[in-house]
Design a protein around this ligand. Structure first.
Ligand code: ZN
Ligand code: ZN
Ligand code: ZN
Length: 344
């Protein structure tokens, strides 16, 4: 079987999910198609933006005249800290089960500037954002009923981002959500059976093969995972075995800032538009126990497929069977490496 030609399945060892790869359906290497759509430049300050400094939010609270990052509790929080964590099995058969989910939702503005993105901010401007994430992760993780802290960014209207102002969200929950729960189980099983960390081993294999690695610095490595589902999916891992931002030492915040800037600015070159994506950090649960199996990483899931307007939909076989892709992760990695080195 040739991974460059024949239809095959690839296993995601972090989730134990398969993805179907159909390389023969892309008859020629991906050409790259730069958008002809004009994206209107955002103003530096938007009087109607509820995230800009000094503006009023829903409910009438006024933002301070902040000059760096700004954190507040989400006015439309999906979770509430006071919820009782009780489990209901309404019919006693385990078929109608519900559980109370106490949690905290916050919003972090990356910058007072309405018109910036991680791609257009400098690494030096991103560094205070990383420090804010570190503070928030520690603070929320230390709360008794918080057992998992999910930091994530939805970028672009295509991903449902309601506001272009550079910001992210934190949903801190009592339960470990499904994705990290699956990854926790897989990493734990791997550590028990191989006596090594799954992602430490995976990074070593990728560095050895070199085909899917995009770039590295002293702290982090970015690659297109072998099992990527989204066309331009990227995984960023710490090179050292860190469980979470709580393990960061001097230099890590700076290196992560450089890495996030490199990934997002490379994305913007793919179709010549601000690239939409959902990204987030997967960190060790904050449940008060040690997690030697967990390895700090971030996932970037961009929806775009062949152009600035054609997105991938998870429908049909993907809804009923499993995820599928045509263009291989190896071709995408080569293209992203090429773009990251170009100044266009
Ligand atoms: Zn704004
Ligand atoms: Zn590791
Ligand atoms: Zn993950």
């Amino acid at each position: 079987m040739k991974l460059t030609e024949d239809p095959h399945r690839r296993l995601n060892p972090l989730t134990n999910q398969w993805v179907l790869v159909s390389p023969h359906r892309t008859s020629r290497p991906w050409q790259g198609e730069v958008a002809h759509i004009k994206t209107e430049a955002e103003p530096k300050y938007d009087p109607s933006c509820y995230l800009c400094p000094g503006n009023a939010r829903a409910g009438g609270v006024r933002n301070p005249a902040y000059t760096s990052t700004f954190v507040f509790d989400n006015d439309f929080a999906a979770l509430k800290p006071g919820t009782q964590r009780e489990c209901l099995d309404t019919d006693g058969l385990g078929l109608l089960v519900a559980q109370g989910e106490p949690g905290i939702c916050r919003v972090i503005c990356f910058s007072p500037r309405h018109d910036l993105t991680l791609a257009t901010m400098t690494p030096g401007e991103i560094e205070p954002v990383v420090h804010t994430w570190m503070t928030q992760f520690r603070e929320l993780g230390e709360i008794d009923f918080i057992n998992h802290v999910q930091i994530f960014e939805n970028r672009g209207a295509m991903m449902g981002a309601s506001n272009p102002h550079p910001h992210c969200q934190i949903w801190a929950t009592s339960s470990v959500p499904v994705e990290p729960e699956n990854e926790l189980a897989a990493q734990r099983t791997y550590l028990q059976s191989k006596k090594h960390c799954l992602l430490c081993d995976y990074i070593m294999v990728e560095q050895r093969q070199g085909k899917r690695v995009l770039f590295e610095n002293d702290g982090f490595v970015a690659l297109v995972p072998f099992w990527a589902v989204w066309p331009f999916e990227v995984l960023v891992c710490s090179r050292r075995h860190l469980g979470s931002m709580n393990d960061f030492i001097s230099g890590d915040a700076q290196n992560l800032s450089l890495m996030l800037h490199r990934v997002t600015s490379t994305y913007d070159k793919v179709f010549g538009v601000p690239f939409p994506y959902s990204m987030g950090f997967h960190q060790s649960p904050t449940d008060g126990t040690v997690h030697p199996e967990w390895h700090f990483h971030a996932h970037f899931y961009p929806p775009l497929l062949r152009s600035a307007t054609i997105r991938k939909f998870m429908v049909g076989f993907e809804m009923l069977g499993n995820a599928q892709r045509d263009i291989t992760p190896e071709i995408v990695a080569a293209r992203l490496r090429e773009l990251s080195g170009s100044d266009s």
